[in-house]
Design a protein around this ligand. Structure first.
Ligand SMILES: Cc1cc2nc3c(=O)[nH]c(=O)nc-3n(C[C@H](O)[C@H](O)[C@H](O)COP(=O)(O)OP(=O)(O)OC[C@H]3O[C@@H](n4cnc5c(N)ncnc54)[C@H](O)[C@@H]3O)c2cc1C
Ligand SMILES: NC(=O)c1ccc[n+]([C@@H]2O[C@H](COP(=O)([O-])OP(=O)(O)OC[C@H]3O[C@@H](n4cnc5c(N)ncnc54)[C@H](OP(=O)(O)O)[C@@H]3O)[C@@H](O)[C@H]2O)c1
Length: 254
C-alpha cells in the first residue's frame, strides 16, 4: 500500500462489533509513543486516492508487553471514514498516525484531586479506560467515578474490562452507567447535566462535587460538555488552565 507521510501502516488483528454501529478495532504493527488517555489519527485512502483521516482515542494503555492499539468507534452512516473503518476485517490494513496528543492524561490530574470524576458519553469512555488501565500510573485519587452516558443499554461497552478495573482499584472506582432512551432497573436514566443538577449522580456516587477536592474530566458529545460545564461551575468548580489550575478539563469529539 502507498506510504503516507506521518502515518504507519497497521494490520487489523480483530474487529469486535458491539452493536450495529459501535465497534472496536485492534491494530498491530504501527509503533506509537503515547500517554494513557491520548488520541492519534486513523486514515484510509478514498477511491480517488485522497487521504481521509480522523482523530481516535486509544482505548488500551501503553504497554511494553503488547504492541497493539485498540480503538472504540461509532459508525456514522453519512460519515466519510467510519463506514470504511467498520468494513475492515482481520488482515486488512489501515494507516495510524505517528504521534499522539491530548490532555486527558495522568499528569494533568492535580495531586490534591482526591475525587476524580470521569464523565463520558458514547465512545468518549475510551480515553478513560486507557487512563484507568495504565498499571504504571494509576490515578492516586481516593475516589474515582467513571460515568458513562449512552442511549441504550447495549451501548454500555467493555463491561468485562470495567469489572477487572473495579477489582484492581479495590473499592476506589465507582462505575455509573447512565442510559437515556430506556428505563432500566438499577441504572441512572437521563443525561449527565440534568442528573448532576437533580443530585441523582452524586447520590449514586456517594460523593459531592467540591472546588477543593474534585477534578472532572469530560469526553464525548460536545453538547454534553457544553451543558455540563455551567452546572459544575454553579457548584463552584472552575475550568482547568495549565498555569492557574482548576477543576474541569475536557475533550470534544466533534
Ligand atoms: C480528539 C478526538 C478524539 C476522537 N476520538 C474518537 C473515538 O475514539 N471514537 C470515535 O468514534 N470518534 C472519535 N472522534 C470523532 C472522529 O474523529 C470522527 O469525527 C468520527 O469518527 C466521524 O468521522 P466520519 O468521517 O465517519 O464522519 P464525518 O464525515 O467527519 O462526519 C462527522 C459527524 O459525525 C458525528 N460524530 C463524529 N464523531 C462522533 C462520535 N464519536 N459519536 C457520535 N457522533 C459523532 C458528528 O455529528 C459530526 O458532525 C474523535 C474526535 C476528536 C476531535
Ligand atoms: N447508539 C445508537 O444506537 C445509534 C443508532 C443509530 C446511529 N447512531 C450513530 O452514532 C452517533 C452517535 O451515537 P451515540 O449514541 O454513540 O452518541 P450520542 O448521540 O452522543 O449519545 C450518547 C449519550 O449522550 C447523550 N447526550 C446527547 N446530548 C447531550 C447533552 N446535550 N447533554 C448530555 N448528554 C447528551 C445522549 O442522550 P440522548 O439519548 O438524550 O440524546 C446519550 O445518552 C449518532 O450520531 C449516529 O450517527 C447511533
Amino acid at each position: 500500500m502507498t506510504e503516507l507521510k506521518g502515518f504507519n501502516l497497521a494490520r487489523v488483528e480483530k474487529r469486535v462489533d458491539w452493536t450495529g454501529e459501535l465497534f472496536s478495532l485492534r491494530l498491530s504493527g504501527a509503533p506509537l509513543s503515547f500517554k494513557a488517555g491520548q488520541f492519534t489519527k486513523l486514515a484510509l485512502l478514498d477511491d480517488d486516492g485522497t487521504t481521509i483521516s480522523r482523530a481516535y482515542s486509544v482505548v488500551n494503555a501503553p504497554s511494553e508487553q503488547f504492541d497493539w492499539l485498540e480503538f472504540l468507534i461509532v459508525a456514522n452512516p453519512q460519515g466519510q471514514l467510519t463506514p470504511k473503518l467498520q468494513k475492515l476485517n482481520t488482515g486488512d490494513t489501515v494507516y495510524v498516525g505517528q504521534s499522539a496528543h491530548g490532555d486527558l492524561t495522568h499528569d494533568t490530574i492535580p495531586k490534591q484531586a482526591n475525587d476524580l470524576w470521569l464523565l463520558s458519553t458514547g465512545t468518549g469512555i475510551g480515553p478513560f479506560l486507557s487512563l484507568l488501565d495504565d498499571i504504571n500510573l494509576l490515578p492516586h485519587s481516593d475516589n474515582i467515578v467513571l460515568a458513562h452516558g449512552v442511549r441504550y443499554e447495549k451501548d454500555l461497552v467493555y463491561q468485562y474490562l470495567i469489572e477487572q478495573l473495579q477489582n484492581r482499584y479495590e473499592g476506589r472506582l465507582r462505575y455509573l452507567p447512565i442510559v437515556s432512551r430506556e428505563t432500566l432497573n438499577g441504572k441512572l436514566n437521563g443525561r449527565i447535566p440534568e442528573l448532576i443538577s437533580s443530585g441523582a449522580l452524586v447520590d449514586r456516587a456517594g460523593l459531592q462535587f467540591s472546588k477543593d477536592n474534585s477534578f472532572v474530566m469530560m469526553c464525548g458529545n460536545p453538547e454534553m460538555i457544553k451543558d455540563t460545564s455551567p452546572v459544575l461551575q454553579q457548584l463552584g468548580l472552575e475550568k482547568y488552565r495549565a498555569q492557574t489550575g482548576g477543576n474541569i478539563i475536557y475533550e470534544r469529539y466533534w
